[in-house]
Design a protein around this ligand. Structure first.
Ligand SMILES: NC(=O)c1ccc[n+]([C@@H]2O[C@H](COP(=O)([O-])OP(=O)(O)OC[C@H]3O[C@@H](n4cnc5c(N)ncnc54)[C@H](OP(=O)(O)O)[C@@H]3O)[C@@H](O)[C@H]2O)c1
Length: 279
């Protein structure tokens, strides 16, 4: 994978992204990877997902290993009000980093073959909750003078995929949203990154493909902990980190630079909407 332009300075990262980080979807896969990396930097953690005992066991382990504090908040991100509940659970914490990790499509069915409530749930998790948390943490970070927003998206954000129509559409929201935010929040010392993640050997992915006939050649899939580590390295260099599909594919640095240039070029147009009226 393309190397981040500069290695992450861990002491500087702790100052900017600490003393507390919030991870939505922290109990396994890349979410667990983020928790492990951030704890090793000495950053306290608010761990969120649906399984309390898994979060507590991870938190206990990381607190013992790194001397950090942790807190657990049990929350289904697909229900309305999840964004507000996360804000309430962190209202007394000085949060320097928000990570939106959960967001996979746990079913992968045809659009017409699932109850519409499931698609509403996906929109809530990948659009509404992401928007609400970025809005409120963004305000808090602007007031405190800096921070980071890291949103896990997917390579499927780059184009629609049959049987993942809703998933790829919500992932496209995350990518586009972060591109705009990255430019808007840069003047406030807030780093924004959306990770267009590749195929990863996560527990969720294993559960979803088990017995489906979809054969995963292990060499094709990324180790989720490598992806979390890479994402944190890239956090100061948004707006997008586009992973090669497999670990042996060529890096996508040229595509990332092209997307970034397009955002930078559209800054003047975007700013003109905000300019005070002249008459
Ligand atoms: N795996 C891949 O191949 C792949 C490829 C491209 C992009 N991605 C992206 O990478 C991210 C991580 O993917 P993943 O494969 O690890 O699966 P995931 O289900 O998105 O993430 C797993 C984590 O999220 C939590 N979680 C899942 N649904 C939740 C819900 N409704 N409410 C609260 N927490 C929830 C799980 O904990 P609990 O079970 O304890 O709630 C677990 O901690 C996602 O944003 C996904 O879109 C994954």
């Amino acid at each position: 994978m393309t190397q981040a332009p500069t290695p992450l300075d861990k002491a500087a990262a702790r100052r900017k992204y600490g003393p507390w980080a919030v991870i939505a979807g922290a109990s396994d896969g890349t979410g667990e990877g983020f928790a492990r990396e951030l704890a090793a930097m000495g950053i306290n953690l608010l761990l969120i997902s649906r399984r309390r005992e898994v979060l507590e066991s991870l938190g206990d382990e990381l607190a013992a290993a790194h001397g950090i504090e942790y807190r657990v908040h049990v929350q289904d991100l697909m229900v309305e009000g999840a964004g507000q509940a996360i804000l309430d659970a962190s209202s007394d914490l000085d949060v320097g980093l928000y990570v939106s990790n959960a967001g996979a499509d746990a079913v992968g069915k045809g659009f017409l073959d699932e109850p519409i409530e499931r698609w509403h749930g996906m929109i809530t998790m990948n659009v509404t909750t992401v928007m609400e948390t970025c809005y409120h943490f963004g305000h808090r970070m602007r007031e405190r003078g800096g921070g980071g927003l890291l949103i896990m998206s997917s390579g499927s954000a780059l184009g629609g995929i049959p049987f993942l129509s809703m998933y790829s559409s919500t992932k496209a929201f995350e990518g586009n949203f972060c591109e705009g935010l990255w430019a808007e929040l840069r003047p406030f010392n807030i780093d924004v990154l959306s990770v267009l993640a590749p195929l990863m050997d996560t527990p969720c992915y294993r559960r979803n493909t088990e017995g489906t006939g979809f054969l995963m050649d292990p060499s094709m899939a990324w180790d989720p902990f490598d992806v979390s580590r890479g994402a944190l390295e890239w956090l100061p260099h948004g707006p997008l980190l586009i992973y090669p599909n497999t670990p042996s594919d060529a890096d996508r640095g040229a595509e990332m630079a092209e997307r970034r240039e397009r955002v930078e070029a559209s800054m003047a147009l975007g700013s003109s909407f905000n300019a005070p009226a002249t008459s």
